[in-house]
Design a protein around this ligand. Structure first.
Ligand code: ADE
Length: 285
């Protein structure tokens, strides 16, 4: 999978993503992470990319043109690699404001541009105004071959270029950061570990926190006793069915205790529901 991060701070994202599991996956060619410096597409001799907002207000805004040119360079590179014809600017303008690139004819029967010249890559704009990122989104985005992440800074980006290039608005939570770089890194990490081969162990990506809306069960390693606390005996029993049952129960209990909102979305078996009810009754006695 190929990530293309449009940013004013390329070193920040590259330095944050070049170690450990993600760094290894990049070195082995499973992932590529390209940071494109929007400043390289500034159109004035001072290489400035920001200006005052019309109508006044605090701070500066990233201008439309450098963002557009940086995006266009990336999109053209992707199209050339995939041997898709280049888009012309008229096609770009026609598509502006239409994030749905499904390639389905519109009500007039006209095919959208993706039918004739291949789909554009998805472009995620990191913003506190977006849909809140979650595991389901990570799974969906991990299916993409290329993903473009657009990081804003200062007070944001001129709305007109967002309308033209952005397909998805994503927030990583209800708080405001100084820019989109950290959120982009969070997304790259969460998506990358779902790309086959990145974890060297497909099982661990499958059975962990948030799969089935359950949190992960507690885990223990050596020694068997630490600070007077013993590893639960079932884990030393070698009885795989009992271990699986214990883990599932621990996941359910932990989710109920720490994230009851998730437990409501979780599909428990009738037996598990009865078992939980039994525990509740015992507590009340
Ligand atoms: N940019 C600033 N704050 C952000 C957030 N919470 N999520 C995504 N992008 C952001």
């Amino acid at each position: 999978m190929n990530f293309h991060i449009l940013t004013l701070f390329p070193e920040m994202v590259l330095n944050g993503l070049n170690t450990s599991i993600i760094g290894r996956a990049v070195n082995s060619g499973l992932l590529s992470i390209e940071a494109v410096n929007i400043r390289d597409y500034a159109f004035n001799k001072h290489q400035s990319v920001d200006d005052y907002p019309y109508g006044g207000g605090a701070g500066m805004l990233m201008q439309a043109e450098p963002v557009y040119l940086a995006w266009k360079a990336v999109e053209e590179k992707i199209r050339a690699r995939r041997s898709l014809p280049a888009e012309n600017d008229a096609a770009l303008t026609e598509q502006s404001g239409t994030p749905d690139q499904t390639g389905v004819p519109d009500q007039t029967g006209v095919l959208d541009q993706s039918e004739t010249s291949g789909k554009r890559s998805r472009v995620v704009y990191l913003s506190p105004q977006g849909d809140v990122f979650n595991q389901k989104m990570a799974e969906e985005l991990a299916q993409e071959e290329d993903l473009i992440l657009l990081c804003g800074h200062y007070e944001g980006i001129d709305e007109r270029v967002l309308e033209e290039v952005v397909t998805d608005y994503v927030s990583i939570g209800d708080y405001v950061l100084t820019g989109g770089e950290l959120p982009a890194m969070v997304m790259v990490d969460a998506i990358s570990r779902l790309v086959p081969g990145v974890l060297h162990n497909d099982v661990s990506a499958e059975f962990e926190s948030f799969q089935d809306n359950l949190l992960e069960y507690p885990q223990y390693s050596r020694p068997e006793e630490w600070h007077g606390k013993k590893v639960p005996p079932v884990l030393l029993s070698g009885h795989h069915a009992n271990i699986e049952k214990w883990r599932r129960e621990q996941s359910i209990l932990r989710t109920k205790e720490r994230r009851p909102d998730l437990l409501e979305k979780c599909e428990l078996t009738e037996k598990e529901k009865k078992w939980l009810e039994g525990l509740e009754i015992q507590k009340e006695i």
